[in-house]
Design a protein. Structure first.
Length: 244
């Protein structure tokens, strides 16, 4: 299986890439800049392919989609890249996965990285600046939005298995060395949803934590909120996610 993992220069993305390669999958890693290719050199030297682009920049996101499609249709895409603070929260955490989903050849499976913090997000789109030119919304808001995106794609594309994952508070650069959750469990669910033939992994529309379904924020499954989110992102990017 060919799997693209965004944000795979370090953290959970890199760990997932290395594990999937060990399992024999074809992996496409993603880094933000050409000089970050050194961070995945051990993976590319063993056969991983790489795409490059800053997910905070809409133009570069489009180029990442073009690079990925040039490698062939992906079996799965793990939308792992994310930032915790700063003006790039909305572009990286929400706009990039939306735009890659809309532009790339449709894969069999989509996995979007959420967070337990999405439960504290606000289902309000007024005042959100998708461009990142000014700070708007919180990390929790962004994770609520991307979790709703995963559920919306599951509804609109019944032929694609689309799920969101709360990886837990794990000891990565973002999570910090003192994070209490198991690092292996932090990326295991993404790998499982992307490649496993287990019956549960072949479902869609779920929100997962450590390979168990969890209840998501009520707005995640609210079709009116999903549609408002999709309309707002389509208006900003000029690209819509078409229904099946």
């Amino acid at each position: 299986m060919r799997v693209l993992i965004t944000g795979s220069a370090d953290g959970l993305g890199r760990l997932a890439a290395a594990q999937l390669m060990r399992e024999g999958h074809d992996v496409v890693v993603h880094v933000r800049r050409p000089d970050r290719l050194d961070a995945v050199a051990d993976l590319t030297s063993r056969g991983a392919m790489a795409v490059v682009g800053d997910l905070a920049d809409v133009g570069q996101v489009r180029h990442v989609a073009e690079q990925a499609d040039a490698l062939g249709r992906m079996h799965a895409v793990i939308h792992n890249a994310g930032v915790y603070s700063g003006a790039a929260i909305m572009p990286v955490n929400v706009v990039a996965p939306y735009l890659l989903t809309a532009l790339m050849q449709r894969p069999n499976r989509l996995v979007y990285l959420s967070s337990g913090m999405h439960l504290g997000g606000r289902a309000r789109l007024d005042g959100i600046d998708w461009s990142g030119r000014r700070p708007s919304g919180t990390y929790s808001d962004s994770k609520l939005f991307v979790t709703a995106l995963a559920a919306a794609v599951a509804r609109l594309w019944p032929d694609v298995r689309s799920n969101s994952v709360d990886p837990g508070w794990v000891p990565t650069r973002m999570g910090g060395a003192g994070a209490p959750d198991d690092l292996r469990e932090g990326h295991r669910t993404q790998e499982w949803l992307a490649t496993s033939d287990d019956a549960e992994a072949l479902t869609s529309g779920g929100h997962w934590h450590h390979r168990r379904r969890r209840r998501a924020h009520p707005s995640v499954t609210d079709e009116a909120f999903q549609n408002a989110l999709l309309d707002s992102l389509a208006a900003f990017t000029g690209v819509a996610i078409a229904a099946e």
